[in-house]
Design a protein around this ligand. Structure first.
Ligand code: ACO
Length: 336
């Protein structure tokens, strides 16, 4: 049976390290508040000359090199982001231009924190159907250029980092599902009822006569706004629910999974999910301490770090789950 295999991963973050104490000089916050509430210790923020596609391309090049795949073999590019280089065209087209592989389809996924799992799910359908053999998926964000770095925006601004993570997916004829690397299943959901609980209101066609409302710009309608408590409450409900959905679909128990690579929004959310399933600490691979929330990039960054640190080896069974703006939530189980 034809399934999708993750051949290899790659990641890239900008050079500029921003510690929690650095944020205290911009706004009324503290290292203690940020660590206690979120687990975050630092993040990387890009400089003015770097765009999201620059980070994405570096991650893609590393994934291609690690997979020993030439860019000419790629049949499709999927890029997940909520911080594209420009309003349009999408990030995937700029990644394609910079990689130099014209002609293949280039698709953007705008599902925020679940963007990477949504991308995996779509890529998996194209590969299972036999349409494509090799797909490059990248999740990339530059949040730092869109955050309110005053005390007004502190509840959101301290949470986010910039970065990119990529994987090369390839068609594989799976003979032994218990041994061969492949995606077992993906599960994707959304409930737009909560779209405004975590969003950027404008610029956009949903506000007034022009996409850009200069009065509203002055009020900061272009900065993300979040109902943190609502996000937290829904995340600790939906992530376990969608993780259980994936386990049930594959007739697996939590103890069958070798490594959990969850979305990184808040360490407390991941601790609560792990507790519900009695997952031992050493089986949950968190990177939020180092990189903060890089949204669509958290899971591929986690996979790449886990591979490089020796925590994730070929043949291991991995589960991922994510929750974020939309609200959207998703899970995947795959043998790496
Ligand atoms: N530094 C210091 N104080 C702060 C900060 C800050 N950065 N931010 C808020 N505060 C203050 C608040 O003003 C409030 O003060 P008050 O009591 O005087 O009114 C106090 O700290 C407590 O604020 P709460 O909002 O109650 O803090 P809470 O314990 O809920 O934690 C947090 C806030 C960390 C944001 C939490 O709600 C959370 O993690 N929510 C989920 C975040 C998330 O998952 N986001 C999704 C990912 S993003 C995406 O999908 C794009």
């Amino acid at each position: 049976m034809i399934r999708s295999e993750i051949l290899a991963t790659g990641m890239h973050v900008p050079a500029n390290l921003v510690k929690n104490d650095d944020l205290s000089s911009m706004m009324d916050t503290s290292d203690e508040w940020i660590r206690q509430r979120t687990g975050i210790e630092q993040r990387y923020w890009a400089d003015a000359t770097t765009s999201t596609s620059d980070l994405a391309v570096e991650a893609c090049k590393k994934a291609l090199s690690n997979a020993k795949v030439d860019k000419s073999e790629i049949d499709m590019i999927i890029a997940a982001t909520l911080t594209p280089d420009h309003e349009f065209p999408g990030l995937a087209c700029f990644v394609q231009k910079k990689l130099g592989i014209p002609g293949v389809p280039a698709l953007d996924i705008r599902q925020q924190c679940t963007g990477f799992i949504y991308s995996m799910s779509i890529a998996d359908q194209f590969i299972r159907s036999g349409t494509y053999k090799k797909i490059l998926i990248v999740g990339a964000e530059i949040h730092s250029k869109g955050l309110d770095k005053t005390t007004v925006g502190r509840d959101v601004t301290v949470l986010f980092g910039d970065g990119a993570g990529a994987v090369v997916l390839a068609a594989k004829d799976v003979a032994d599902p218990k041994k061969d690397s492949h995606i077992l299943s993906t599960h994707i959901h959304a409930d737009g009822t909560f779209a405004e609980e975590l969003w950027v209101e404008g610029p956009g066609s949903g506000v007034g006569a022009d996409r850009v409302d200069f009065e509203k710009l002055k009020e900061g309608y272009h900065y993300p706004k979040m109902n943190g408590k609502a996000v937290f409450v829904h995340a600790v409900k939906r992530m376990p629910e969608v993780l259980q959905e994936a386990l049930t679909a594959n007739n697996l128990k939590p103890e069958d999974i070798d490594l959990f690579v969850f979305h990184q929004a808040n360490l407390r959310i991941n601790d609560m999910v792990a507790k519900q399933f009695n997952i031992p600490e050493e089986k949950v691979f968190n990177t939020i301490q180092k990189y903060a929330n890089t949204t669509a990039a958290t899971i591929p960054i986690g996979l790449d770090e886990a591979v490089r640190s020796g925590k994730l080896k070929k043949g291991m069974l991995v589960a991922s789950a994510a929750f974020g703006s939309g609200f959207t939530w998703a899970s995947a189980i795959y043998r790496y």
